[in-house]
Design a protein around this ligand. Structure first.
Ligand SMILES: Cc1cc2nc3c(=O)[nH]c(=O)nc-3n(C[C@H](O)[C@H](O)[C@H](O)COP(=O)(O)OP(=O)(O)OC[C@H]3O[C@@H](n4cnc5c(N)ncnc54)[C@H](O)[C@@H]3O)c2cc1C
Length: 523
């Protein structure tokens, strides 16, 4: 490999080189933004496909999105295409989903959660007539929290104490010291309605009984911007972003695991790949799990803040058990998104988050994308996944032995409830357990959403977007500010605009040219 300080860009002159480690939504968004700001970008992904948690499994004629399916805040995606002078609608079609969720209680009754104020009021009145006024006040509170928590804070860096101090008055005014459930319970009394209005933190790895009430902003985010599904599955958004990056002349490389982030004089200066190659860069952005980045990709001697002890001491989100399955018939009365609440709410969450115990009961989220897009399964068939929040790998659970019995228990429950005869209809099946999160996605403790979003691990207290330990090293994705979920990780990439230096500060930049074309194929 030859290193040169300058590669002449055919179109726009020399450009500094940014390496992005990982191609989750956070990494892909970071690549688009850095490219738009004049960097030449290389995305290094250790797996054989992009997307990370949003990757895709195709088998037996079915298309299974591996992870995110509820797409909110579509403008965060649209912005990425706009930055490159394009329109997202020319590449990816988003379709609205309604109801947002059908929430099924353990007694078999259900609640259709939509974005339509009148329909929601009617549903609340049907379930808990005395709570209608309290519900309206809660919606208004959620709007106020959104206007501060999302519009002002989600895209702002939290690198200094003063950034945190500045928001304390707002946090007190908005009662952020309360938990999500606590805040909801102060507005409505019916326990089922409290569950309906408080489950949202689970979508980003938080326990409603411990997560700061700032996360009630999700309710208004959905109301204001809707819930969407990408035609062809969430994977269409991943593919769309990869193609956008490539059209800008940047590269996404697969099978390119990073073993170490190289540091010289306290500054990130490139990466060492698992295949032994070194690739220099002017800035490095890690989209790998934040805890993993510090513990495994940075040598201990360059870390003063994120020591192994601090990384270990952090609290991690729950993990997930996911069963992807295809059926040879359609279940037409099943909604696109169904949340099936089990017999226990708070005690189950305590088992998952606190006791690290795999309980016999469960609450489930069932995804039926073929309710919206029949192209995801063969004719007359349905594609599904069902996920169950489970403890991360601190729990004493041997998933190699427990996975199949657990799957069968879920299958039996679905068969007895909303998917009759399921055992006889399944023609395609695969599992993802906490071991997959640890071994395939390199998530510490197999946590599905990185560090748990509790107050003392949020904003300034979360791993910063500009590393506390190493200059020119930046973090995006679920483990950094603002946190997990697709809007969160897209917002983390937006924070880079404020913390990554302007490309011009690097002058001519440092570019690697090697025999597989890295560098020489730069835009
Ligand atoms: C089953 C499931 C369902 C979900 N549903 C929703 C939903 O409906 N809506 C929503 O908004 N959110 C949802 N989420 C959360 C959301 O998917 C994630 O928070 C988000 O996609 C994470 O993106 P990320 O940028 O952190 O990257 P990740 O998706 O975590 O990707 C990181 C990438 O980095 C790569 N990598 C790691 N280490 C290295 C290395 N050393 N070298 C090279 N590459 C490396 C990994 O292979 C991976 O591709 C869901 C999550 C899961 C698991």
């Amino acid at each position: 490999m030859i290193y040169v300080n300058l590669v002449q860009d055919q179109r726009s002159g020399p450009r500094p080189h940014a390496i992005v480690i990982g191609s989750g939504f956070g990494g892909l968004a970071a690549a688009v933004r850095l490219g738009a700001r004049g960097y030449r970008v290389t995305v290094l992904e250790r797996r054989d496909q992009p997307g990370g948690r949003a990757s895709v499994y195709r088998q037996d004629g079915f298309t299974f999105d591996a992870g995110p399916t509820v797409i909110t805040a579509p403008f965060l995606f649209e912005e990425l295409w706009s930055l490159c002078g394009e329109r997202m609608a020319d590449h990816v079609e988003l379709v609205p989903v309604s109801p947002f969720y059908r929430i099924r209680f353990h007694d078999g009754t259900s609640f259709d959660y939509t974005g339509d104020p009148a329909a929601m009021r009617a549903e609340v009145a049907r379930l808990a007539p005395d709570d209608v006024a309290g519900y309206e006040r809660f919606v208004e509170m959620s709007r106020r929290i959104y206007e501060v928590g999302f519009e002002q804070l989600a895209h702002a860096p939290f690198g200094r104490w003063t950034d945190m101090a500045r928001i304390v008055p707002d946090m007190v005014r908005l009662r952020s010291y309360r938990t999500v459930y606590g805040l909801v319970a102060s507005f409505v009394h019916d326990e089922r309605l409290r569950q309906v209005l408080s489950f949202h933190p689970l979508l980003v790895g938080g326990n409603p009984f411990e997560t700061t009430s700032i996360y009630t902003l999700i309710a208004w985010l959905e109301r204001k911007w809707g819930v969407w599904f990408a035609k062809g599955g969430t994977t269409s958004l991943v593919r769309g972003l990869v193609e956008l990056i490539e059209r800008q002349g940047h590269r996404v490389r697969y099978g390119a695991g990073v073993e170490r982030i190289l540091v010289e004089d306290g500054r990130a200066c490139g990466v060492l790949l698992e295949n032994g190659r070194r690739m220099p860069a002017d800035v490095v952005v890690s989209n790998a799990d934040a805890g993993w980045t510090y513990k495994h990709l940075l040598a201990p001697e360059v870390r003063h803040h994120w020591t192994d002890e601090r990384v270990e001491r952090a609290r991690y989100s729950m993990s997930l058990f996911v069963w992807y399955f295809g059926t040879k018939r359609r279940y037409d009365d099943v909604a696109h998104h169904t949340i099936m609440l089990g017999p226990r709410y708070k005690p189950l969450l305590e088992d998952i988050f606190r006791n690290h115990r795999l309980a016999d009961d469960f609450s489930l989220y069932l995804h039926r994308p073929t309710a919206t897009d029949t192209s995801l399964a063969p004719a007359g068939c349905d594609a599904f996944y069902v996920l169950s929040p489970v403890p991360h790998l601190d729990a004493d659970v041997d998933w190699t032995a427990r996975a199949e019995p657990y799957r069968q228990a879920i299958e039996a429950f679905l068969s007895q409830t909303i998917l009759p005869g399921l055992e006889r209809e399944v023609v395609s099946s695969r599992l993802l357990t906490p071991l997959g999160f640890r071994d395939d996605l390199l998530a510490l403790k197999g946590a599905a959403f990185g560090m748990e979003p509790v107050l003392l691990q949020s904003a300034y207290f979360r791993p910063h977007n500009a590393s506390e330990d190493v200059q020119n090293l930046f973090l995006v994705g679920a483990g950094t500010h603002p946190g997990a979920g697709v809007p969160g990780v897209l917002s983390s990439a937006k924070v880079l605009d404020a913390v990554v230096p302007d490309a011009s500060t690097f002058g001519r930049g440092t570019v690697a040219v090697d025999d597989d074309g890295v560098g020489s194929h730069a835009a």
